[in-house]
Design a protein around this ligand. Structure first.
Ligand code: CMP
Length: 138
């Protein structure tokens, strides 16, 4: 059993895709173990994307992710980290296959609807960042 952090970004909330995204993960058999709706502070967005701090798109990325409410979630299941990433689809729009969330709903590299942790270490860090050290109650 693994846990992973997933965020529906402001574009996903604005486009009313929260239910669709949750439905896909639930249908697949993952278990929702944490959920928050919030407009992120710059502090939390910069911490979340700290690995991209030197990238040219960093400022724009932080502006985007703090522009409105997001849905921060923790999901649990067998191979949850890689399963969620497969279901999200690739970062590059031309590689995001039909049937994936990005492949079905976006053509943009930034407004790409969802974020999912890329490894067990980052999953733990991201769940702690968004939910607090003991923020998950089940
Ligand atoms: P995410 O999976 O959350 O990880 C980093 C985010 O940065 C990514 O999704 C995109 O929203 C954004 N991103 C990555 N590459 C680019 C890029 N070349 N231009 C703009 N935004 C990007």
């Amino acid at each position: 059993m693994e846990r992973t952090f997933v965020m529906v970004k402001p574009d996903g909330v604005e486009r009313r895709l929260v239910g669709e995204i949750i439905r896909r993960f639930e249908n697949r058999g993952l278990r929702l173990v944490g959920l928050r709706l919030l407009t992120p502070s710059r502090e939390i967005a910069e911490a979340h994307y700290a690995v991209h701090r030197e990238r040219p798109f960093f400022g724009e990325l932080v502006d985007f992710v703090t522009s409105g409410p997001v849905v921060a979630m923790a999901w649990e299941g067998n191979q949850a980290i890689s399963l969620v990433r497969t279901m999200m689809g690739a970062l590059k729009p031309e590689l995001a296959l039909p049937g994936t969330i990005r492949g079905d709903y976006t053509t943009d590299i930034q407004t790409n609807l969802v974020h999912g942790s890329d490894a067990p270490e980052t999953a733990g860090q991201e769940i702690a960042l968004w939910f607090g050290a003991d923020g998950l109650t089940n």
